[in-house]
Design a protein around this ligand. Structure first.
Ligand code: HEM
Length: 395
């Protein structure tokens, strides 16, 4: 029997900061693909089942162009995103998307990322030293979770870390709570403008980094600026929130925190399980470019399909006992980095950072604890990225 249409559930249950809204998990078991009412009157679809989500993400009949999408969030009702600027390939479809992505594929290899581990080790140790000198309580986001990805992406791209004030706020705005499509456009423009200035300098005097390598090709300055802006933004708040929210989750599961500290073999699986359990990119969206039969339903051309990534990663048909954080499970196939042609380009980099940052923190401060009651930790509500704005900790 066809389910009646729902509106997108966005409220998390109080006291359950790591779980997707309960209605989403409920739908995932009952109706993995459900008709969805959008606040602007559009009638589209909501995918909550693991298989349905992966099918949409892998199917070239679904587009990621922002200007075709209807927003499921009431505060953005009726607002449309402008078409992607040349170089901003996240919001493009193949073949344009493929052309840009190919230029970068060789620059984010597992091997190159592994070579960065030593630098990440040093960056983490420096920040742990500073925390120790300062003494608790400290805000883990500002003291540790954000500086690590910021320094690493600066290093990789060849962006001066000293300029961070100039790009961190725009990057945060781009993925931030309740930023409108127009606000995102403005933030992206500001980021690209910043990168444009760097490119001019790198063209004249190339250095050993990804932006310099890209400038050697035949991309225009506009394309380079947008690509650089996308790379700079994509890896900052994402990884920072995985480190901070991941720590919060571990501190709320002391047995798991202790396991991470004592069993070095657990680090790789632990990071994957945290990616599954937390799914900090909780929703994505795609638009059907033609009529598509999916899961026994007809998704008509032009329909927006909201993909509840957090529910897919808690789908009991794929992950037994899905609401339990269990660092010893094998969560292979989770969709925390997406799936299909837009699968996160920086995933190996993010893994290197998380695999260093989390165990180093646990080793340095085995007695780490929240400095406020858990219910007082402020979550990023309504954001493209789930996480915390601050995480007061002490030891
Ligand atoms: C734990 C941290 C991270 C998470 C959870 C994450 C998550 C994601 C997800 C879910 C997507 C797919 C978006 C879609 O299909 O619409 C994506 C794409 C992307 N990510 Fe990440 N990401 C992380 C870290 C990074 C880092 C460190 C970088 C480094 C630059 C990065 C760069 C990108 C880029 C460029 C794309 C677009 C890929 C494309 O369109 O082909 N990400 N990420």
């Amino acid at each position: 029997m066809a389910e009646s249409a729902v509106e997108l559930p966005t409220e998390r249950t109080p006291g359950r900061p790591f779980d997707p809204p309960a209605e989403l998990s409920d739908l995932s078991g009952r109706a993995p693909l459900t008709p969805l009412h959008f606040p602007d009157g559009h009638e589209g679809w909501l995918a909550t089942g693991y298989t349905a989500v992966r099918r949409v993400l892998a199917d070239p009949r679904f587009s990621n162009r922002g200007e075709l999408q209807h927003s499921p969030f009431p505060e953005h009702a009726g607002m449309t995103a402008p078409p992607a600027q040349p170089g901003d390939f996240l919001k493009m479809d193949p073949p344009e998307h493929t052309r840009y992505r190919k230029l970068l594929a060789g620059k984010f290899t597992t091997r190159r990322m592994a070579q960065l581990t030593e630098q990440v080790d040093l960056i983490a140790a420096e920040h742990l030293d500073a925390m120790q000198r300062h003494g608790g309580p400290v805000d883990l986001v500002a003291a540790y979770a954000l500086p690590i990805p910021a320094m690493v992406i600066c290093e990789l791209l060849g962006v001066p870390y000293a300029d961070r004030e100039r790009f961190q706020a725009d990057a945060a705005q781009l993925l931030g709570p309740n930023t409108t499509p127009a606000g995102k456009y403005k933030a992206f423009e500001a980021l690209s403008a910043y990168v444009r200035g760097l490119i001019t300098a790198k063209r004249a005097d190339p250095t050993d980094d990804v932006l310099s390598e890209l400038t050697a090709g035949d991309l225009t300055v506009d394309e380079l600026a947008a690509m650089g802006g996308l790379l700079l933004a994509a890896g900052l708040d994402t990884t920072a929130n995985m480190i901070a929210l991941g720590t919060f989750a571990l501190l709320r599961h002391p047995d798991q925190w202790a396991a991470l500290r004592t069993d070095p073999h657990l680090v790789g699986p632990a990071v994957e399980e945290l990616m599954r359990y937390l799914t900090i990119v909780p929703t994505l969206a795609r638009v059907a470019l033609e009529d598509v039969e999916l899961d026994g339903h007809l998704v008509k051309a032009g329909s927006t399909v909201v993909l509840a990534m957090a529910a897919a990663n808690r789908d009991a048909t794929k992950f037994p006992d899905p609401h339990t954080l269990d660092l010893r499970r094998d969560p292979a196939g989770h969709v925390g980095f997406g799936h299909g042609p837009h699968l996160c380009l920086g995933q190996q980099l993010a893994r290197v950072e998380m695999r260093v940052a989390l165990p180093a923190l646990a080793a340095r401060f085995p007695g780490l604890r929240l400095a406020v009651p858990a219910d007082d930790v402020v979550l990023r509500e309504g954001a493209d990225i789930h996480g915390v704005t601050t995480l007061p900790v002490t030891w």
